[in-house]
Design a protein around this ligand. Structure first.
Ligand code: ADP
Ligand code: MG
Length: 253
């Protein structure tokens, strides 16, 4: 890796929506720059509607940028091979929306292998068990369907699937926002320990500062489609520069 090459680099990223032709333009993301290094966590915090998920979707190529580019390992994400794409994963707020309700846990967590490489049944079972155990689930969960898990367990299941292919970066879009505070802490702890084990980097998106405090090395503050301030965790918490950041901090209990 070249010295100046970041794991992920986002340059001049914009996404403008217009519902009707010639209708008003919504600048959901309006000229955003940031980078993420290997093994670090960048928190992205901003109120609802500030453009966080739109950034996540552009990184995952679910939305096409109006302008700007996203580099992963120095290459434009639009030119990534399938092998490179598997190193970039996402976890959503509500795993219900991303887990197939008709698939058993063992098939959900090993589906990424199935897409990218063939695997004998026995090995698939062993991999599934290993993945479930890594996120604090067990043998008894192998044959359950998503609706048979609690909210926290379901998020563990989506984490197990995200780490199946040993990604370099996981985008966590409000991954703990739907969970109560004690479960949030458990999931954050799990993500941190997986980070230590595998050197995974995270983009950790949340609408408030408390959720990102534990896990972030650096934090970017979003307001109305723009990043208004980026700093280390200590800089943001102890010496905020922007008024919006100050207002977010005032809301921290
Ligand atoms: P956040 O995740 O920070 O809550 P989003 O990125 O989901 O914000 O949304 C930013 C803005 O873009 C919102 O006003 C939202 O309504 C709008 N938006 C998001 N996706 C679309 C879309 N596909 N079409 C039109 N507007 C959209
Ligand atoms: Mg969102």
């Amino acid at each position: 890796m070249k010295a100046e090459e970041h794991l992920l680099e986002v340059k001049g990223l914009r996404k403008h929506f217009s519902d009707q032709k010639d209708g008003p333009i919504l600048k959901a993301v309006d000229g955003v720059n940031f980078h993420v290094e290997r093994g670090e966590t960048l928190g992205i915090v901003g109120e609802s509607g500030s453009g966080k998920s739109t950034i996540a979707k552009m990184i995952m190529q679910l939305e096409k940028p109006t302008e700007g580019e996203i580099l992963f390992h120095g290459k434009n994400i639009t030119s990534l091979t399938n092998a490179a794409k598997r190193k970039l994963q996402i976890i959503f707020q509500d795993p219900y929306g991303s887990l197939n309700p008709r698939m058993k846990a063992k098939d959900i967590v090993t589906e990424p292998f199935f897409i990218h490489e063939k695997m004998p049944k026995r090995e698939r079972y062993e991999q599934a068990l290993k993945l479930l155990q890594e996120v604090g689930l067990d043998k008894e969960h192998l044959n359950r369907y998503p609706h048979q898990f609690s909210g926290g367990q379901r998020q563990r299941l989506s984490i197990a699937r995200a780490i199946a292919l040993k990604p370099d970066l996981i985008v966590c879009d409000e991954a703990v926002s739907a969970l109560d505070v004690s479960l949030q802490a458990q999931i954050l702890h799990l993500l941190s320990s997986l980070q230590k084990t595998y050197g995974i980097a995270y983009i950790f998106i949340a609408h408030g500062l408390p959720a990102v405090r534990l896990i972030s090395d650096r934090i970017a503050i979003m307001y109305k489609g723009e990043i208004v301030e980026t700093g280390t965790r200590d800089e943001i918490f102890e010496n905020p520069q922007h008024d919006y950041t100050k207002s977010l901090l005032a809301a921290v209990p």
